[in-house]
Design a protein around this ligand. Structure first.
Ligand SMILES: Cc1cc2nc3c(=O)[nH]c(=O)nc-3n(C[C@H](O)[C@H](O)[C@H](O)COP(=O)(O)O)c2cc1C
Length: 202
């Protein structure tokens, strides 16, 4: 059994999502000690933005640019790690109402027709079966259903939708939101998230 752990916050040890994603992984490893964990710090070592040169290389057009070649290898590693994972844990801060760009760059490498989804006569079908995902969500404001800013929520809903598009429908969100309101609000949000992590079952 393999677990892929991704982080994408720019805030290092001060990051809420990093702390929560690491707690989720620790909880899952406690429940399933045989889990092999692969870790990617997407903020520390991001992939390049997807470009025309990437698409051309995927079509078999030769390119000698070492930066591009290294980045193509990184994208292949992203794909192999995801395909080999039984569980994916994603540390996902909300930045500008959505996800951080290094996480989007990861998605641009793993959402590939013919590998993680395909089109059928009746529409798209996800090819990632029997995988479970966890999203460690952190956001400064409050966007949960029913809140005044709910319509601006393009963060968890985007990730859940994307995972589901790829076939991963068993996704659990662990959320700390409103962390920018006050130190007390942040502490309470993190405490609640930690409670949710403690309740995760195998
Ligand atoms: C560049 C940047 C953009 C942000 N944009 C938003 C935002 O649109 N909405 C929000 O509620 N909080 C926003 N925040 C606050 C973060 O969501 C909050 O600090 C959260 O804890 C980030 O997760 P992290 O601590 O793991 O980095 C932003 C923070 C940064 C650094």
């Amino acid at each position: 059994m393999q677990l892929l752990h991704l982080d994408s916050s720019l805030l290092g040890t001060h990051s809420v999502s990093r702390n929560l994603s690491s707690d989720i992984v620790a909880r899952l490893v406690k429940l399933q000690p045989e889990l092999r964990v692969i870790y990617r710090d997407l903020a520390d070592d991001p992939a390049l933005h997807l470009s025309g040169a990437h698409l051309a290389a995927w079509q078999g057009i030769d390119n000698k640019d070492k930066v591009l070649i290294d980045d193509l290898f990184k994208g292949t590693a992203y794909m192999d790690e995801l395909l080999g994972a039984d569980i994916v844990v994603i540390g996902a801060p909300m930045y500008n109402l959505s996800i951080p760009t290094p996480l989007k760059a990861w998605i641009d490498r793993i959402a590939v027709a013919g590998k993680t989804f395909h089109y059928t006569a009746t529409g798209p079908e996800g090819l990632l079966k029997n995988k479970r995902a966890f999203i460690a969500s952190a956001r400064g404001g409050v966007y949960s259903a029913g809140s005044p800013a709910a319509a601006l929520e393009h963060h968890e809903s985007y990730l859940i939708g994307l995972l589901s598009f790829l076939g991963i429908t068993d996704t659990t969100v662990v959320r700390a939101e409103g962390v920018a309101f006050s130190p007390e609000a942040k502490e309470e949000a993190v405490t609640q998230a930690r409670r949710a992590i403690a309740a995760i079952t195998a």
